[in-house]
Design a protein around this ligand. Sequence first.
Ligand code: TPP
Length: 282
Amino acid sequence: MPDVVIRIGEMPTSKTLRQWLAATQPQQWVIDASDRSLDPLHGNTIHLPMAISALKFADLPEPSAPSFYTKLWCETESTVRRSIDQKLASETNLFEGKAAWLLSQHLPHKTPLFISSSMPVRDVEWFWKPSDSAVQPFFNRGTNGIDGILSTALGIAHCNHPSVLLTGDLALLHDTNGFLSRDRLVGSLTIVLINNNGGGIFSMLPIAQFDPPFEEFFATPQHIDFAQLCQTYAIPHVPIHTWEQFIHHLTAQPTPGIRVLEIKTDRTFDTQWRQNNLSNFI
Ligand SMILES: Cc1ncc(C[n+]2csc(CCOP(=O)(O)OP(=O)(O)O)c2C)c(N)n1
């Protein structure tokens, strides 16, 4: 448990972090040049209204060795990383989180990657393997709309390195009009479509036990044939059946334009996977 938390700028959106801060109630120092109130939790917070660059650290004593806490943090990080890697390496099923894990290891250097809201951004937070790939991530946290995802990704890809969008099926459907810009795109966009036929995120909520009405009004499956949808816009569509095939398509140099790599997944299996494994990695 922390005695003091030093935060630079706004509160991150992580619910887990907020719950932890609310439960532990540490003294918080918030360093931010603005005069806004940056403690939405109304905790024990002292605001230092200055830029981080204006802080002078010269007088701080040099730490002689990593503290117990730092060591524990680093060891825990390594343990969790190892467990995640082992578990995902041996996962042959099309578990959604493995797509995020593989993207982190197989995207070409400096690939711009737009990550959609809902489970894609969470899977990237949980499973992305740190490396020197210099992948440029873009995503929205705090304003978590699933609207405009395709158009935003096209904007990122335009006149840029070959780019990638990681998205769920509902988010992609929300913005199919974005496909109308296909002929204006200068560059290439690979859409990694995680198709679990609905909003997988809602299976994580307690309401998921109550079906009906869960499927119809929360998961909202749309039963769309994405191969046909892509055909409408003359966009190449590749159904992905194995992880080897996925890696092959990620590493091959894409032709200009848009292409869709569709991974069909199972919402129920994926929710159970996360529930069974996420708290056991430590
Ligand atoms: C514009 C907008 N409408 C509705 C929502 C509520 N919402 C959040 S996540 C989600 C489901 C997204 O489904 P999908 O893109 O398939 O991703 P998955 O949950 O399966 O990962 C919805 C409808 C939203 N965030 N933004």
